[in-house]
Design a protein around this ligand. Structure first.
Ligand code: CA
Length: 239
């Protein structure tokens, strides 16, 4: 899907709704009901205003505006991580008051089985199936997105992935930013204590990968959002 946010109306507020995820027909395919929609904004340029009052994009975890909110009102030029719904439907809302001055957005989506986007102020991120052993052949992207101006503190309470030199079998990577091309903090496997860390920006990307053999207990991390002023440069805090 490629949509341009071209709501060119003037005067009163204009709302444009984009339904994402219907094209795969997952709603009518019971065996695929576990699939989730993952939406990636390739370009995001929405008129910046105080409190995003002039123009904003809002994303819902479901097919209507009563669904839980996945992305609160967002505006400006942003590099957002993938947004993952809990199910097969997602709604993107572009609301504009007055003329649209920015270029809007383009986005693409795919279906995923074990990805997630965490936007609550604190929570947990785990390997798939946790506390059971993780399944083989998994490829999961877990994004944590804090509001602008906040950072993310991440602490692992368990870490036990199949050990292998270079972590070439099963591994978890942590990236300091919203994209897989952002700064890599580390690639981890085996049974270990992953150092506590604080993001430099408002997003972290965790990627979990398992191969076709051998699975172990998995991993669990707790995160929270905060200003973390004193830890601004301590991206990876040594124990
Ligand atoms: Ca393995």
């Amino acid at each position: 899907m490629h949509n341009s946010g071209a709501a060119g109306a003037t005067g009163s507020a204009t709302t444009v709704l984009y339904h994402v995820g219907r094209a795969h027909g997952v709603l009518t395919h019971p065996k695929q009901a576990h699939l989730q929609v993952s939406l990636r904004f390739d370009d995001f340029d929405v008129q910046l205003s105080a409190g995003c009052s002039a123009e904003f994009i809002k994303v819902y975890d479901g097919d209507n505006t009563s669904s839980p909110v996945l992305l609160k009102q967002a505006c400006g030029k942003l590099a957002l991580p993938p947004l993952v719904a809990s199910g097969s439907m997602m709604l993107v809302e572009l609301v504009s008051v007055g003329p649209v001055s920015a270029s809007g957005f383009t986005a693409s989506y795919r279906t995923v089985t074990c990805d997630s986007t965490s936007t609550e102020y604190n929570g947990i991120v785990t390997s798939p199936g946790y506390p059971k052993k993780y399944p083989n052949s998994m490829d999961c992207v877990m994004a944590i997105l804090a509001p602008a101006g906040y950072k993310i503190s991440l602490t692992f309470t368990e870490f036990d992935l199949e050990p292998f030199p270079g972590c070439d079998c099963d591994y978890l990577t942590i990236t300091d930013g919203s994209r897989s091309t952002s700064q890599l903090i580390g690639k981890y496997c085996g049974k270990m204590r992953v150092p506590d860390l604080v993001s430099t920006g408002n997003s972290l990307l965790l990627k979990f990968d398992s191969d076709i053999w051998v699975s172990t207990a998995g991993c669990k991390a707790e995160y929270s959002f905060g200003k973390f002023e004193g830890k601004a440069k301590a991206r990876e805090m040594k124990l």
